[in-house]
Design a binder for this molecule. Structure first.
Ligand SMILES: *Cc1c(COP(=O)(O)O)cnc(C)c1O
Length: 408
């Protein structure tokens, strides 16, 4: 069967819209790149982005920062988390999440995921009880949302502060409510591989004025917090302005200028991602060895990446699948590898976190494959990619005796 190899790039994002390029050039020509450097009567791009994003997210406040990791770190600190405190988080996430917990001197308590790649809410309740942790840094990893209504009710009842890592759920909703608005704060990334691209960047949203005042001081606002686009009233700062350290993690006007036109186009981008994601997912789910995560009716996801599982696959067969697909230009990631590769990582490779037994998560990750779905792929590209993966799965099923285990 002479199927042509796939020749696209799994890391190639679309160019910055011309409107963003023009806005960026205007900032460069002005020389006023720093967010507090404004001409008389001018609203700098960073403040305008905060105003636009707060409106889009439906949040009272928004703070633009230097990265998604900084948004999480600032959120934890502004929530009062410090040295020795325990913070619950998903065992399946990427390294900036345990990294943010480590940055504030806290200890990560890792919670199992379930077969649909979301936080196991029963394990969460148990680990919260045992550890006494009063903060949850929820990672909506790879865009999968757990039952957010149940989670938010549990957190409110138990006095657990909920901070959402929405690096993969910018624009996603649960029961019509935007991801990032279920607890104290939402943390977003505008790093190149996320839903908006400014190279690096982050956004923090909240409805809590005192929290956002602390976060703004922490981000490095000096005494210029009055110049923010969607910040609390200046009086909110009266008690904290001299007590909150400046940790310098601001966003600049150049990146904000690039982001504002992308925000206006985000709903269209989400529709384009989902068309690609759903085309791939439908093709792969038809294979007897494959299980794809269930997507609840309450969830509107953003299919910027795709996950599928081959339950029971061994390490040798998993590597064979990676090799066979890569030989045809298809770059799959496997979360079961012993060592972290590129952006993937598993909890055992975070040596700064106390080792924890997570048998259920480990079993799921052992058979979990993942790929990016950049918007530079056409629907025909998705068909070709799926065909190569299906070919490789057929070959596996034939020689590894895996057939029939898909339903396990
Ligand atoms: C990318 C990412 C972040 C934040 O990343 P930055 O590179 O710091 O912007 C947070 N959580 C997850 C799961 C991510 O993938």
């Amino acid at each position: 069967m002479a199927r042509p190899p796939f020749r696209g790039s799994f890391t190639q994002q679309p160019p910055i819209p011309e409107e963003g390029v023009a806005a960026a050039l205007a900032v460069l020509r002005s020389g006023r790149l720093h967010r507090y450097n404004a001409a008389h009567g001018e609203t700098p791009e960073a403040a305008a982005l905060e105003r636009d994003y707060a409106a889009w997210q439906g949040a009272r406040y928004c703070l633009a920062v230097a990265s998604g990791g900084q948004a999480m770190q600032i959120a934890l600190r502004a929530a009062g988390v410090g040295r020795g405190d325990r913070v619950l988080t998903n065992a399946f996430t990427l390294a900036p999440v345990p990294g943010a917990i480590a940055a504030v001197g806290a200890e990560a308590v890792l919670v199992e995921i379930d077969g649909n790649l979301v936080l196991d809410l029963d394990d969460l309740a148990e680990k919260a009880w045992i550890s006494g942790a009063k903060t949850l840094l929820l990672s909506n990893m790879r865009g999968h949302l757990c039952d957010m209504d149940r989670l938010a009710a549990w957190a409110a009842a138990g006095g657990v502060a909920l901070i959402e890592d929405c690096a993969h759920t910018m624009g996603a909703t649960w029961n019509g409510r935007k991801s990032g608005s279920f607890g104290l704060a939402g943390c977003f990334s505008t790093q190149t591989y996320k839903h908006m691209n400014s190279g690096e960047g982050g956004l923090l949203t909240s409805d809590d004025a005192a929290f956002m005042a602390r976060a703004t001081m922490l981000s490095g606002s000096y005494m210029l917090y009055g110049r923010h686009g969607a910040g609390p009233d200046p009086e909110t700062y009266a008690d904290i302005r001299l007590d909150t350290p400046n940790m310098s993690a601001r966003m600049d006007n150049l990146r904000a200028a690039i982001l504002r036109p992308q925000l206006r186009a985000l709903d269209a981008a989400i529709a384009a991602w989902n068309a690609r994601h759903d085309r791939l997912a439908a093709a792969l789910a038809a294979h007897p060895l494959v299980r794809t995560p269930e997507r609840p009716a309450q969830e509107r996801y953003v299919g910027s990446s795709l996950q599928f599982m081959v339950p029971g696959i061994g390490a040798g067969a998993a590597q064979a699948l990676l090799d066979a697909t890569l030989a045809n230009g298809v770059e799959l990631k496997w979360f079961g590898a012993a060592e972290p590769v590129a952006f993937t990582s598993a909890h055992r490779s975070w040596r700064y976190v106390t080792p924890q037994a997570l048998p259920r998560t480990d079993r799921i990750l052992a058979g979990l494959f993942d790929m990016r779905v950049p918007l530079t792929f056409s629907l025909e590209d998705c068909d070709l990619i799926a065909a190569h993966i299906l070919d490789a799965l057929d070959a596996l099923g034939a020689d590894a005796g895996l057939a029939g285990q898909g339903a396990a």
